[in-house]
Design a binder for this molecule. Structure first.
Ligand SMILES: Cc1cc2nc3c(=O)[nH]c(=O)nc-3n(C[C@H](O)[C@H](O)[C@H](O)COP(=O)(O)O)c2cc1C
Length: 343
């Protein structure tokens, strides 16, 4: 791993819209994430002062190093959003040129920006001039299946004054399928003057520890690995492989429920929103395949139903239907209607 880290952080919780919200980021910070990135905020809506959009660029007091992520293609909106993120206390701004979603791309933002490398450079220069906190860029390998523009974009971004680059080694066309191109990430990291943070398919602490032995990256960002097992950051910190029991996982969920209520409150409207978030988070948490029951750590790109839960609670954790997830939430202390009524 390169000596020079971005803001002193090595292990980042990647940005995950609708899942890695403030309470979730607080949880992974407790497990040892050095830095966290907020859910992607549409620069235009942030610039226009949308209440729900401004929330996305705000840090949680428990986060150590927080990056506010913005997306768009209009320099005025992006500059305004970046300045607001700085004003609200973000430690860095992350400019997203990687999002594959049609709703973002159809407005000219996210991964489609990879088709316009020089525009990315112009926007970076404009934001760089407007804020005094560090600015990072999030990119993919390219847009179309055969594209490979990451090195070109990285060069342009560095000339424009970027402070760090997060690279997910897949094209927009690949979405999350196929292998992440770590060879590409490494070759860019080797030639880069700014910290490169590699992302993609880091499912376990052991994956990160093995990679960093030889990597030229300055750090790693973990998304799905941390959604399935938020304790991955503790595995990295302690150099161990963890296999929490079903009870320990429930204790973790209790914390997440408590942090959610603390962050957003218990008004009826907020409890409905809290439930939506918690169910989204559970959709990932219930897909963790316990290492002890399966016999080995399951790689990110492999799926398996071939394991036997070790107790009744682990059996419940393995269910992916909404009713079972609601049962888990109730066991973790979440009572939507009742608490909503009290308020
Ligand atoms: C449900 C979901 C939502 C995501 N939302 C964002 C986002 O808002 N901004 C972003 O830069 N990346 C987003 N990502 C991409 C991840 O941050 C990460 O780059 C990608 O998943 C590869 O890393 P992983 O293999 O560790 O998941 C999202 C990924 C998932 C699965």
């Amino acid at each position: 791993m390169k000596d020079k880290a971005f803001l002193g952080a090595r292990y980042f919780m990647g940005s995950v819209t609708n899942v890695a919200n403030r309470p979730f980021r607080r949880l992974v910070t407790e497990y040892g994430a050095h830095a966290t990135i907020g859910e992607m905020a549409i620069a235009k809506y942030v610039a226009n002062g949308g209440k729900q959009d401004l929330i996305l660029i705000r840090r949680d007091p428990h986060e150590k190093i927080f990056g506010a992520q913005i997306v768009g293609n209009n320099p005025n909106h992006l500059v305004k959003a970046a300045k607001l993120a700085e004003k609200f206390g973000a430690d860095f701004v992350d400019f997203n040129c990687a999002c594959p979603h049609q709703s973002v791309i159809s407005h000219g933002g996210g991964a489609i920006m990879l088709k316009r490398p020089s525009t990315i450079g112009d926007i970076i220069s404009a934001i760089r001039d407007a804020i005094s906190i560090p600015l990072s860029l999030k990119i993919r390998k390219g847009f179309e299946a055969d594209d490979n523009v990451a090195q070109e974009v990285a060069d342009i971004a560095q000339k424009a004054g970027i402070d760090a680059i997060f690279i997910h080694g897949r094209t927009k066309a690949a979405q999350y399928r196929g292998n992440c191109d770590w060879e590409l990430i490494e070759s860019i990291a080797q030639n880069s003057d700014v910290p490169i943070i590699g992302c993609g398919d880091l499912a376990h602490g052991s994956d990160v520890l093995a990679k960093q032995e030889t990597s030229a990256c300055a750090g790693f960002a973990i998304a799905r690995g941390a959604l399935l097992k938020p304790w991955i950051f503790k595995e990295i910190a302690t150099h161990t492989s963890m296999d929490p029991s079903s009870e320990e996982r429930l204790d973790m969920l209790k914390k997440l429920v408590a942090y959610t209520i603390e962050a957003y409150g218990i008004s009826e409207k907020n409890m409905a929103r809290n439930q939506t978030f918690l169910l989204k988070q559970l959709e990932f948490l219930v897909r963790y395949v316990p290492t002890g029951a399966f016999g080995r750590e399951l790689p990110m790109q492999e799926r398996s139903d071939e394991w036997t839960p070790r107790d009744e609670l682990e059996k419940l954790w393995a269910q992916t239907d909404k009713d079972s997830m609601m049962t888990l939430l109730k066991m973790a202390g979440f009572e939507n209607n009742e608490q909503g009524m009290q308020n």
